[in-house]
Design a protein around this ligand. Structure first.
Ligand code: AP5
Length: 205
């Protein structure tokens, strides 16, 4: 967990590679649905462009479907989910139905001015989804595809996403802290490698 630009996608990907388990990113799933022009993609477009959250029921259906498909016996890393207390409660039910539970909730902490700077600089590959910054130039370092800004990284949409995070998602962390899931706070500033090491040390694996 963490606000927009905290590094959830970047660190989530590294963690899933290290643990050899799938990363389930609701943001990536929704962007894929939009790219493919599915009914779900058309339904969520307006919310995402405005920086608002997609309704809980749609997200919980999506996670239910992906948990089924991903074969979660060896675990998973979730990125960008849950984002409301209703989603967090829904996740408990989905996991209980499968006889599973969360090991830890990671909270990446980054000051707001750094979040705004990172999102303004973010570039995403239109072909493979690789996330990078402007130093990469015009072409993706992974596959050579064209790098673009993400459409919800416009300054006014970033402001709204940060407000939505404070109102809807910060309470989820409070909810976890009051419960019995281990919440691991990690300083998300510094280089990607520094954060990766800090996260590994704090998680103990
Ligand atoms: P989503 O895609 O989840 O976006 P987000 O939470 O706003 O987070 P970001 O992807 O912007 O940032 P991140 O924390 O992953 O950072 P990243 O690693 O990319 O959601 C998008 C939209 O989908 C939502 O607004 C909503 O509409 C909808 N949605 C998704 N999930 C939902 C849900 N559960 N419920 C309802 N609606 C949902 O890094 C950012 C940049 O910083 C990159 O350029 C990266 O290269 C760079 N960077 C990363 N780490 C560092 C570092 N240590 N130093 C310098 N730069 C760094």
């Amino acid at each position: 967990m963490g606000p927009p630009g905290a590094g959830k996608g970047t660190q989530g990907e590294l963690l899933s590679e290290r643990l050899r388990v799938p990363r389930l990113s609701t943001g990536d799933m929704l962007r894929e649905a939009r790219r493919e022009g599915t009914a779900l993609g058309r339904r969520v477009e307006g919310y995402m462009e405005a920086g608002e959250l997609v309704p809980d029921a749609l997200i919980l259906d999506l996670i239910d479907e992906r948990l089924e498909a991903a074969g979660t016996l060896d675990g998973f890393v979730m990125d960008g989910f849950p984002r409301t207390v209703a989603q967090a409660k829904g996740l408990v039910e989905l996991l209980e139905d499968r006889g599973e539970s969360l090991d830890a909730v990671v909270n990446l902490r980054v000051p707001e001015e750094e979040l705004v700077r990172r999102l303004g600089a973010r570039r995403v590959c239109a072909e493979c989804g690789e996330i990078t910054g402007p130093e990469a130039g015009r072409d993706c370092p992974e596959c050579g595809g064209r790098l673009r800004e993400r459409s919800d990284d416009r300054p006014e949409t970033v402001r709204r996403r940060l407000q939505v995070y404070e109102k809807e998602t910060r309470p989820v962390l409070r909810w976890y802290r009051e419960g019995d899931v281990r919440v691991v706070d990690v300083d998300g500033t510094g280089t990607v490698e520094e954060v990766r090491r800090r996260l590994r040390d704090r998680l103990g694996r």
